[in-house]
Design a protein. Structure first.
Lengths: 213, 666
């Protein structure tokens, strides 16, 4: 084969640094899939950063409506935060169970993650509904617009995550711990943890800073 | 039931869009009829529409771009004619139609011509250059293409059902807000860009992962062909910039659909935030387009000069420097909007700094040519034409990067001339160079050189006749997007520009003729060796067109210019005649996922534009169901047996050996 006929003439290390590592060829699928998903998560975080930026720009534009400190309920936020952080733990348990091919702990971990995610969504939905009922909907002021969009965008991601979670459970139920399903599970876990990290940002920038003044 | 949609959406009173739309519709139907009657439908479905082969997807991207180039070009012709005759008169286009045309022209040329053209070339070539069998995510690749096609379809649909935006190609608020643009035009614009934007993001993630994780043995980063480097830089920018576009358009849509106040005049909305966000995407976008073109020129100049690329490492450095700095210059698009002298100065300086790595590239190309044995084949003509043109465009760019000068030239025809100078001279010339250069690889026969050269000279001179007058008109104070004007000094320049447009159009016709003539003479133009240009990188190491698996073996790379090296040493040592041992190859199975997904995206997009909510829900459920069905597949790969691989590979090997031994004898 002409392609391999060139051995022995090479300059893998043209500057004689002595530390050149030859590339060994295409990475295995497991790595490629997770790597690609990381790149997607980065892009998703860039998108969130736009909503964070918009919030920072518009936070004082209350147009005669309420300020953050008048509408944020810290008890709600505490429940939401505890739910999400705990769900990251249970999602981690489910990942370990998947790697161990242990169905019982996988289903249990995923189910608890799902319930915690749903509680989070319910609390957030109640908060939104309550604000709208009081006349503080997103069209009341630019501040509320950016608040609803940032928090709502995270909420939409959690909803999509729950949908994905249920699909994942159904897949394991129907197909078992196949290699491709484990790859998807790894992506799901990355997604869920990333949402947690974004929530930490929302918690700090919106609720913590906003409750102060 | 049908939301805002009723018969008033069809422009019965306006002959131009109605006739244009009718002609397109008849054309599409005729092609469909021909395909069905001739029995090509199964072939198209199995071999192209559902294909996950990166080469075929690349070809389909380029086909989409070429068709849309004709559409965007027709818009350009109409605008040039309008401005040539609309002196102290209304011209032939009513203002609301003229406004739609310049908005559609910009949107189409950037999103549905330039983007698919460069993404198509990257798709086609990069896996071959890296010596691998496919991209990282083949099915997602198909999804990305079809979503882009959905966006293009929706834009074209706006021609006959409803209207397109009248806001310019970036839909600045407050003009694009509901209070000033109550029609569906902005919604067509925003939803088609949202959908095709998802497609672009998918392509970006795919190509970044491909370059970083799928390279053949020995293909270290600093042995990658230049085109792979620029692809990496360009797609990193896609991953970092397109989410900003998605978020910005989402905010605009929330304003329009749910009464939010991101960019409105009321309730504390902030228009300047839109400017910052859209240009934080928009400036990287121009580098997303031009960096792959730089890569194409690097390949072409090196091949046709018969020399390795001069200053390879400085080229890599310049590419990555542009990749980073391109995120630090966005504010130069609105110096006049009152950010203050300090901020303007910083962004002005950054804009001039980004010209430095570009200058490095120009010198590298010149030094590559210096002392080389240059062959002026058509791709090389485009490359040289690019260098001349791009330097002029770059210099006028540095000029408008000076804030005080920009205060004079902002939104003038000078600016229009400048960005056409860099986008046509850079991206479009690059796309054409790449098209001529890699066409034999994709289809197995060369393009006719005579028509190709004619196309180049008409396009090249047509470009100057069209856009140099616009520089002058800008200097004379003419602002952009004028439906009519009363200043007599501008008139002659507008007429010259219209003549230039005619010359440009002859160039396009030559390009089409080239394709027709070449297809007719394809047997005479056949490329049997897979290496028609005496190339240097790995795409030339396989047959033309390459087999579905690209390479029977993963090539083993030992240095830069991998294939050139192989040829040089094969000549010296005489070819090994040992019969290689072939293995089974696993390839991804074709899948209609992309097409079905795009079908539902089209339904959903159309329903969202016209507020048909039940149809939106139906589309969403359909899209989710498609993903689940895809995820439920048990067999996503098939095996090509070793015997078949051997049979395919041996044919090419024989041709190549005879070529190398002939060359060795000289």
């Amino acid at each position: 084969m002409s392609m391999t006929a060139t051995a022995g003439h090479t300059h893998a290390d043209p500057h004689q640094i002595g530390r050149v590592v030859e590339h060994t060829g295409p990475a295995p699928k497991r790595i490629v899939t997770a790597y690609g998903f990381w790149i997607f998560l980065i892009s998703d975080i860039v998108m969130f950063s736009c909503f964070f930026a918009a919030y920072a720009v518009l936070v004082d534009q209350t147009a005669g409506g309420p300020k953050g400190s008048e509408i944020f309920d810290q008890r709600n936020v505490a429940i939401e935060t505890v739910c999400l952080l705990l769900s990251s733990f249970t999602c981690g348990m489910a990942s370990i169970a998947a790697d161990e091919h242990n169905r019982f702990w996988f289903y249990l971990g995923m189910a608890v993650t799902c319930v915690l995610g749903l509680i989070f969504l319910a609390v957030e939905f109640r908060e939104f509904a309550d604000l709208v009922a009081r006349g503080y909907g997103p069209s009341r002021s630019a501040f509320l617009t950016s608040f609803f969009s940032l928090v709502g965008c995270h909420g939409l991601h959690v909803s999509a995550g729950v949908l994905w979670l249920l699909t994942m459970m159904a897949q394991v139920f129907a197909k078992g711990f196949r290699a491709d399903i484990l790859r998807r599970m790894r992506c799901f876990a990355l997604f869920w943890h990333a949402l947690d990290i974004i929530w930490v940002g929302v918690f700090s920038v919106v609720y913590l800073l906003g409750s102060g003044a | 039931m049908l939301g805002k949609l009723d018969w008033s959406a069809i422009p019965f009173g306006q002959p131009i869009p109605l006739i244009a739309g009718g002609v397109v519709l008849v054309g599409v139907l005729a092609v469909l009829m021909w395909v069905v009657v001739k029995g090509h439908l199964p072939y198209l479905w199995h071999e192209w529409i559902t294909s996950v082969d990166h080469k075929r997807i690349g070809v389909m991207y380029i086909l989409l771009a070429s068709v849309m180039l004709l559409r965007g070009g027709s818009d350009a012709i109409m605008m040039r004619i309008q401005q040539a005759i609309a002196f102290q008169s209304q011209g032939y286009l009513p203002p609301e139609h003229y406004n739609q045309i310049f908005s559609a022209h910009g949107t189409i040329m950037i999103f549905f011509v330039a983007m698919p053209f460069v993404i198509g070339l990257m798709n086609l070539v990069v896996p071959l250059q890296l010596g691998v069998r496919d991209v990282a995510f083949p099915t997602l690749n198909s999804v990305g293409f079809w979503l882009t096609a959905t966006g293009a379809l929706l834009v074209n649909l706006s021609l006959v059902v409803g209207e397109f935006a009248r806001t310019g190609w970036l839909a600045f608020p407050p003009l694009s807000e509901l209070s000033y643009s109550p029609g569906v035009g902005v919604d067509y614009y925003a939803w088609s860009l949202q959908i095709s934007g998802v497609g672009t993001l998918v392509a970006g993630i795919n190509l970044v992962t491909t370059v970083l994780k799928l390279r053949t043995k020995g293909m270290n980063y600093l042995r990658m062909p230049m085109f792979c480097w620029t692809t990496l830089a360009s797609n990193l920018l896609i991953v970092a910039a397109f989410p900003i576009l998605t978020a910005t358009l989402a905010m605009l849509l929330l304003d329009r659909y749910l009464g939010f106040h991101f960019f409105t005049n009321e309730a504390g909305g902030n228009v300047m935030m839109f400017m910052n966000l859209i240009w934080a995407w928009g400036h990287p976008e121009v580098y997303i387009l031009v960096l792959p073109a730089f890569g194409i020129f690097s390949e072409v100049v090196s091949t046709f000069s018969g020399k390795a690329l001069f200053g390879y490492r400085s080229m890599v450095l310049a590419t990555m420097a542009i990749c980073v700095i391109s995120f630090m210059v966005w504010l130069h698009h609105f110096f006049t909007m009152g950010a203050g002298p300090d901020v303007n100065a910083i962004f002005g300086i950054a804009s001039m700094i980004i010209a430095v790595p570009t200058g490095v590239k120009i010198y590298n190309w010149l030094f590559t040519m210096y002392g080389g044995r240059i062959r002026f084949a058509t791709p090389m003509l485009w490359a040289v034409g690019f260098m001349v043109t791009f330097i002029i465009g770059g210099l006028t760019g540095v000029l408008v990067a000076v804030p005080p000068a920009d205060f004079m030239l902002h939104n003038s025809m000078f600016l229009v001339a400048h960005f056409h100078n860099v986008i046509i001279g850079g991206v479009l010339f690059g796309a054409f160079a790449g098209f001529e250069y890699w066409f034999p690889k994709a289809f197995g026969f060369r393009l006719d050189e005579r028509w190709g050269k004619l196309a180049f000279w008409f396009t090249f001179s047509g470009f100057y006749i069209t856009f140099v007058p616009l520089y002058v008109a800008g200097m004379l104070g003419m602002t952009r997007r004028m439906q009519h004007y009363d200043v007599a000094e501008w008139r002659p320049w507008m007429i010259v520009a219209a003549i230039g447009m005619a010359v440009l159009s002859i160039g396009v016709i030559c390009q089409i003729m080239q394709l027709v003539v070449s297809i007719r003479n394809r047997e005479a133009l056949r490329d049997r060796t897979g290496d028609p240009w005496d190339g240097r990188s790995l795409e030339w190491a396989t047959s033309s067109p390459p087999p579905v698996f690209n390479f029977a073996f993963h090539p083993d790379v030992r240095g830069e210019d991998a294939y050139w090296d192989m040829k040089v040493h094969a000549r010296k040592q005489a070819l090994e005649h040992a019969v290689p041992e072939y293995h089974d190859i696993e390839m991804p199975r074709n899948s209609p996922t992309g097409f079905v997904c795009a079908f539902f995206a089209t339904v959903m997009g159309f329903a969202l534009i016209w507020h048909i909510w039940w149809m939106v829900i139906l589309g969403a459920i359909g899209a989710f169901a498609t993903f689940v069905v895809f995820a439920w597949r048990d067999h996503d790969e098939y095996v090509i047996p070793a015997a078949e691989v051997a049979a395919i590979d041996r044919v090419n090997l024989e041709e190549r050996r005879s070529l190398v031994s002939m060359a060795g004898a000289v």
